[in-house]
Design a protein around this ligand. Structure first.
Ligand code: CP
Ligand code: NVA
Length: 301
């Protein structure tokens, strides 16, 4: 059995297979998971991820159960390992959106059903798959700038780029750092794949020569108390027209959403790239379907 917790567990060939498969079922939807069931556990809010999984399994012929962690006995102290053994024995897949990646690992240790990461503090792998499908559809090369927080999106992009052999520059504020263990992993992968990695505090340095510009909120879910400090720390990190003009001509702008205009992105840049951004959001549906079908192949193995 395979889980989908981070792109680290997937080879370049497997990631490309997932993107190509998502692309083909986007063109020609098929009922490939008839009567299969998916439990979705959310410890945090969601619009896109919930819709993508709920509709994705339905379009594949299966069904889903939405489980808010507030309503589960987990919120009254039932251990994850017990919850995992119960839920994992009743459904075919479990998707979790969690505060701590550790909870996902614990769930995966005890679940009989494959676990899918619908966002953790460390990674957001189905989002980056959606981004990769979008980049393919808009015919862009693998030269990427990520401007913003050293967060779950930055980590997942760094991992994807390092495995796929992309050029990636991450611009993060002074006194912020990419998770050391994740950076180490990415650097080792880059030696094999030929990926080029730059970590800088200068957003213009990161943007130079790039075809794809990415940002994400500066205040991730659960960080609301840090808002005042983070807004100070991120001053100057907005992706605006001046920033986009440093990237290559015709560069696309991606945002996983929700977006906070006037903070990480200007209204002008957001609206000028809205076709790409909302294609990216819709593509979550197709990549999620590809992930479910992929994991289904490893059932019982
Ligand atoms: N991008 C993303 O995961 O959106 P939601 O938080 O709405 O699921
Ligand atoms: N970094 C953001 C992504 C939201 C989809 C968060 O974790 O809240």
């Amino acid at each position: 059995m395979r889980h989908f917790l981070t792109l680290r567990d997937f080879s370049k060939e497997e990631i490309l297979e997932l993107i190509n498969f998502a692309s083909s079922i986007k063109k020609e939807p098929k009922k490939l998971l008839v009567d299969k069931s998916l439990a979705m556990i959310f410890e945090k809010n969601s619009t896109r991820t919930r819709m993508a999984f709920e509709l994705g399994i339905k379009e594949l012929g299966g069904r889903s159960l939405f489980l808010s962690s507030n309503d589960l006995q987990i919120s009254r102290g039932e251990p994850i390992k017990d919850t995992a053994r119960v839920i994992g024995s009743m459904v075919d897949f479990v998707m979790l959106r969690v505060n701590s990646h550790e909870s996902l690992l614990e769930f995966a240790r005890y679940s009989k059903a494959p676990i899918i990461n619908g966002l953790s503090d460390l990674y957001h792998p189905t989002q980056v798959l959606g981004d990769l499908l979008t980049i393919k559809e808009f015919n862009k090369q693998g030269k990427v700038a990520f401007i913003g927080d050293a967060n779950n999106m930055a980590n997942s992009w760094l991992i994807a780029a390092s495995i796929l052999g992309f050029e990636i520059a991450l611009a993060i504020p002074q006194n912020y750092a990419i998770n050391a263990e994740i950076l180490e992993f990415a650097k080792n992968e880059a030696k094999k794949s030929g990926a080029k990695i730059l970590i800088t505090h200068d957003k213009f340095e990161a943007l130079k020569g790039k075809d794809v510009v990415i940002t994400d909120t500066w205040i991730s879910m659960g960080e609301e108390a840090k808002k005042v400090q983070k807004l100070k720390d991120f001053e100057g990190f907005i992706v605006d027209n001046k920033a986009m003009s440093v990237a290559n001509e015709g560069a696309i702008f991606l945002h996983c959403l929700p977006a906070y205009r006037g903070y990480e992105v200007s209204e002008e840049v957001f609206e000028a790239h809205s076709e790409v951004i909302f294609t990216e959001a819709t593509n979550r549906l197709h990549v999620v379907k590809a992930v479910l079908c992929f994991l289904d192949k490893f059932r019982g193995i």
